[in-house]
Design a protein around this ligand. Structure first.
Ligand SMILES: Nc1ncnc2c1ncn2[C@@H]1O[C@H](COP(=O)(O)OP(=O)(O)OP(=O)(O)O)[C@@H](O)[C@H]1O
Length: 584
């Protein structure tokens, strides 16, 4: 009956409800404008159900309008407040501090409470120490069965996840201050190469017209990072040309390694001590003033020379570890590296660091005929102006030569980078070479190279030390001790998250088991080491060669002793044959 009435009413013209308006009942023509067909529907419902929906729709409509107005006002008021009552600092990805802040934020309550998170697998980068993985994953990798093939797909799956706030705005309180954390990804297109790259930025905002609370927060993130990284050395290399073109900083972090302990580098103790004392004095906070007062450029250069595998690079890394410095490695063999790049790289070095210029002899830096002539012209010129013009012409000439022949870095280009006013003072420059005799005098003159350190093939006492170091039982480092302890408490967890399934269970044979020859005291080990060293000729094998031999008998010092004569004879023969084919 009601339905029939409703249908009839639909066919009759709609009646105006205009004269029935109140605050909660909007005129029908307004509602009709927003909801097409409204009057027909409302009339149908009124006649069919006897219920006037105009009041309900009007109230909803007004509530929505009010909500939109409030939102609009709030947005603008907040933007005004942000502009005049808040302070902010933006940090771009690629900068170290970005990493420090993200790592800090991942450990905060906000990364537990936020409803919009981004999951990360452990936050362990490829170069990170796996010991950190222990901490993160809760799995004691050190306890993994050494006589089984390990399946690392399992290991990856077991690494626990960590969470960071996702892109967008997040709010948190820290030390009683209110902060906003906004994470954004911006896409930029390279105008030359047309490559689209994504750069992430984070923006930290606080209430007030001072950025000090944010600076304090950033400092806290950095201090926390530095505290954790005390025993680590960051290794940086020049960004590739492609990266530089895309606006990346000139140096990219390629590794963060546990610092190499100085005692793992087997060298003459006196030689080691001299270098360390020299660098220590140089890095002392009072030293820059001393240099400045005497007009001496504040820099220190070292030349490490000797045959391959004698510890030049290892010593440089150990130095960086001792002084807690980052290491900046440049290979002059890098084909895309130009003299301009080299200058830019030296300019952007931090205040204190180790710069490692490896294999400088093989980078086309041996004195070129042209350089010699040019040098003569410059030196023979009696007037200062003449010398400067000659020098400028030489520099232009060299640049042109490099452009045309793409020969990389010339000697003068390198000297400019080392000496240039732009090059940051306070760095420790270490140059390594296998052929010191090939180097130009200008490159190794005092002021550029202040100390030369010779690395030789292993002496008998070095062989003995290498041997003992290889087989002496490991002491857990202070850093891993607490981790191992915490895992030991959590054995059950470690059991259920076994690092890897034994490959044997899949029908794959287990590797030949390496018997552990642990039945020796330290005195016995010293005695075996002495016998071992006695069987090898003095200064004939490099520490790297001996290390390589011992590594294949990692847990068997007695076997290493038994088989060393055979290895010695074979290796000596191979060396002899090689030297006949390619005399050095
Ligand atoms: N004096 C040493 N003490 C301890 N280990 C050494 C020593 N010399 C070499 N080694 C070992 O040999 C390997 C190669 O050493 P490193 O790279 O330091 O040699 P290098 O002199 O820099 O060689 P190259 O001239 O080829 O660059 C490393 O694994 C290192 O541990």
């Amino acid at each position: 009956m009601g339905l029939d009435k409703g249908l009839r009413s639909l066919l009759s013209p709609p009646q105006s409800t205009d004269n029935n308006t109140s605050l909660t009942q909007l005129p029908a023509n307004i509602l009709e404008a927003f909801i097409p067909g409204y009057s027909v529907i409302s009339k149908f419902l009124l006649d069919a159900l006897g219920f006037d929906i105009t009041i309900v729709v009007s109230v909803c409509f007004l509530a929505f309008a009010l909500w939109t107005a409030v939102l609009y006002l709030w947005k603008h008021a907040y933007a005004l407040f942000q502009r005049y009552g808040m302070s902010s600092i933006t940090i771009e990805s690629g900068d170290d501090i970005h990493e420090h802040v993200m790592s800090w934020i991942a450990d905060q309550q906000i990364s537990r409470d936020s409803r919009s998170l981004m999951a990360k697998t452990g936050l362990v980068s490829a170069w990170d120490d796996e010991a950190d993985g222990v901490d993160i994953a809760g799995v004691d990798i050190a306890d993994a069965d050494e006589d089984a093939f390990l399946n690392f797909s399992n290991w990856e799956a077991n690494v626990s996840l960590r969470y960071q706030p996702d892109f967008g705005r997040h709010r948190f309180w820290h030390h009683g201050s209110y902060f906003e954390f906004t994470r954004e990804a911006k896409q930029t297109m390279d105008s030359v190469y047309g490559i689209i790259s994504t750069k992430e930025t984070i923006n930290l905002t606080c209430i007030g017209r001072s950025t000090q609370p944010i600076k304090d927060l950033i400092r806290e993130c950095r201090d926390r990072h530095l505290d954790r990284g005390k025993l680590r050395t960051s290794v940086r290399r020049p960004a590739t040309r492609d990266m530089r073109n895309r606006g990346y900083p000139p140096w990219v972090k390629v590794a963060v390694r546990p610092s190499r302990p100085m005692d793992t580098v087997i060298l003459d103790p006196e030689q080691k001590q001299n270098v360390l004392a020299d660098i220590n004095e140089y890095l002392h906070p009072a030293t820059p003033k001393w240099y400045a007062n005497r007009g001496i450029p504040y820099r220190r250069g070292f030349l490490f020379y000797g045959p391959p595998g004698t510890g030049k690079t290892s010593f440089s890394f150990a130095i960086a570890g001792v002084f807690g410095l980052d290491i900046y490695c440049i290979s002059l063999l890098e084909p895309t590296l130009t003299e301009e790049d080299l200058g830019a790289l030296f300019t952007s070095l931090p205040r204190r660091c180790v710069v490692l210029l490896e294999d400088i002899d093989s980078a086309g830096l041996a004195h070129r005929a042209g350089d010699k002539e040019d040098d003569k012209v410059a030196r023979s010129d009696s007037t200062q102006i003449g010398a400067e013009i000659a020098q400028a012409l030489k520099s232009v000439h060299n640049k042109e030569m490099n452009k045309n022949t793409n020969r990389g870095i010339s000697l003068s280009g390198l000297l400019n980078a080392i000496d240039g006013v732009a090059s940051h003072e306070g760095r420790v420059l270490v140059m390594t070479t296998n052929f010191p005799e090939k180097l130009d005098e200008a490159l190794i003159r005092p002021g550029r190279v202040d100390m030369k350190v010779a690395f030789t093939m292993a002496t008998r006492s070095q062989i003995q030390e290498l041997f003992v170091r290889m087989y002496a039982p490991d002491e857990p480092s202070p850093r891993t001790k607490p981790l191992i302890a915490s895992i030991a408490d959590n054995t059950k967890l470690a059991d259920t998250r076994l690092l890897g399934t034994k490959a044997a269970s899949d029908g794959i044979p287990t590797p030949p088991s390496t018997p552990r020859d642990t039945t020796f005291s330290l005195d016995e080990l010293e005695a075996i080491a002495k016998d071992f060293a006695g069987l090898l000729p003095d200064v004939t094998f490099s520490p790297a060669e001996i290390q390589g031999y011992l590594l294949t008998r990692k847990k068997e010092p007695r076997r290493a002793l038994e088989e060393v004569e055979e290895w010695r004879d074979v290796t000596l023969k191979a060396k002899e044959a090689k030297s006949k084919v390619a005399p050095v």
